[in-house]
Design a protein around this ligand. Structure first.
Ligand code: NDP
Length: 242
């Protein structure tokens, strides 16, 4: 069976990606860190549309937990293959740099950037030997353009963009593609504390993005049709930054 692992699949953009990849025929591994109820809801939604899903909780920032959980799963599923990895789990903790604490810097870097290394290296070997793989990293407009108050978040996402480009060149000969999707403002829990009326006025299309719109792009990048696209950063932001 072919699987797709979506980190942060319990809510928001990750949930929509789980539903989209399930429609493409992948069995889904729904990763999350604490919100089991939301993860169960994603699983139920997948099953309602005829798909297959399993919960796979772990903290993406914890190298040991990542290794332990993924190794155990692979040992029990020797005939299965995780063909798609979506590194979507992410957090923000905005602060002006003059006031930013070590913890606010480190937590963001560990969750948004270190996680890419821990999880991707664990799944790459199988992709390289099977000569197929799709790795999609969810970055951000903030990692391209920068936003005041987000030096930690912008740096983590810009780092992930660099990692995407290097890894894409490393693994292209084995038909594994690595791309990044850079959303602008998408209507999820992550931005509920922001001033949405002001944000909407800044967006040429005049509204927030929908999770399903990001998921549709990820679904295309995960498909066989996208085999010649690699090392790219594709923005989806309603014209906010071009
Ligand atoms: P949400 O806050 O809605 O959801 C975050 C998801 O990440 C949840 O599933 C959460 O799990 C999971 N998560 C957080 N920390 C960890 C961790 N340490 N280990 C495992 N899972 C974790 O976020 P969005 O859907 O809005 O964002 C998804 C991605 O898109 C992020 O990388 C974000 O940076 C990026 N993005 C979002 C934008 C937006 O406007 N919304 C814009 C640009 C980029 P749990 O439910 O257990 O807490």
């Amino acid at each position: 069976m072919k699987y797709a692992l979506v980190t942060g699949g319990s809510r928001g953009i990750g949930r929509a990606i789980c539903l989209e990849l399930s429609k493409s025929g992948y069995a889904i591994l729904i990763n999350y860190v604490s919100n089991q109820e939301a993860a169960e809801s994603t699983k139920k939604l997948i099953e309602e549309q005829g798909g297959v899903a399993e919960l796979m909780p772990f903290d993406v920032a914890d190298s040991k937990a990542v290794d332990k959980i993924i190794t155990a799963w692979l040992d029990e599923h020797s005939d299965d293959f995780i063909a798609v990895l979506v590194n979507n789990a992410g957090i923000r903790k905005d602060a002006l740099m003059v006031f930013m604490q070590d913890e606010e810097w480190n937590n963001i870097m560990r969750t948004n950037l270190d996680s890419f290394f821990y999880i991707t290296r664990r799944l790459l070997k199988d992709m390289l030997s099977k000569r197929f793989g799709r790795i999609i990293n969810i970055v951000s407009l903030s990692g391209l353009k920068g936003l005041p108050g987000q030096t930690n978040y912008s740096a983590s996402k810009a780092g992930l963009i660099g990692g995407t480009k290097s890894l894409a060149q490393e693994v292209a000969p084995r038909k594994v593609t690595v791309n990044a999707v850079a959303p602008g403002f998408i209507d999820t829990d992550m931005i509920e504390d922001m001033d949405q009326a002001t944000i909407k006025k800044m967006i040429p299309i005049g509204r927030l993005g929908k999770t399903e719109e990001v998921a549709a792009l990820v679904g295309f990048l995960a498909s066989e049709k996208a085999e010649y696209i690699t090392g790219e950063v594709i923005s989806i932001n309603g014209g906010l930054y071009t």
